[in-house]
Design a protein around this ligand. Structure first.
Ligand code: 5GP
Ligand code: MG
Length: 178
């Protein structure tokens, strides 16, 4: 793999398509074993997780469902500032095993807010599956039982993740060069 250009930045190879596929298959097998008999509902967080979710779901060998949600920010009316809003969830998750599927967990703030909103809907349990985790940036306590790679704090692109809208189509993952 070679250094590539996305918009005005150059990116160096970081994780090959083969490495990603291997880890996603392993994670799918692990989730299938652990959630056997629970008919999990996977909630893929758009847009970044769409490719990971598509590959992960094909590695799940137990009965399951998938739905797509979006977390958007809007300005709070008072001094609260930015508040996250959950969009697109039509399924009743009460009593269900829910697996939130994310592309990357960085500060963890997005996931923390999303979990808070989901828990109010009384699911049996909520598990987090994230392709990538940046432990060095984490600002909140999160249990992330299903993860493919822990990575350094560099900005990355590819396999669903974008740089200013571009790069999601890349089959491998690249990190920005200085
Ligand atoms: P958090 O709330 O965990 O800080 O934010 C997570 C979100 O930030 C991700 O869903 C993603 O949209 C964005 N993000 C964080 N790090 C990266 C990165 O290295 N590359 C890209 N493309 N997006 C990132
Ligand atoms: Mg995301």
């Amino acid at each position: 793999m070679e250094t590539i250009q996305v918009r005005d930045r150059s990116f160096a190879p970081f994780l090959s398509a083969e490495e990603i596929q291997t880890r996603v298959a392993e994670l799918g097998a692990k989730i299938s074993a652990e959630l056997q008999g629970k008919r999990p509902l996977f909630l893929a967080v758009l847009s970044g997780s769409f490719i990971f979710a598509a590959d992960l779901l094909r590695a799940i060998s137990i009965p399951c469902e998938i739905a797509f949600i979006r977390v958007s920010s809007y300005e709070g009316t008072g001094s609260t500032g930015q508040v996250k809003q959950l969009m697109g969830l039509k399924e009743d998750i009460a009593g269900r095993t829910v697996v939130v599927v994310e592309d990357i967990i960085d500060s963890g703030l997005t996931m923390k807010e999303l979990l808070g909103i989901l828990v109010e809907k009384n699911p049996a349990e909520v598990k987090i599956a994230s392709l990538l985790v940046k432990p060095g940036n984490m600002q909140v306590e999160l249990d992330i039982p299903y993860r493919c790679f822990d990575i350094p704090n560099d900005f990355i692109v590819g396999y669903g993740l974008d740089y200013d809208g571009e790069g999601r189509n890349l089959p491998a993952i690249y990190k920005v060069t200085e």
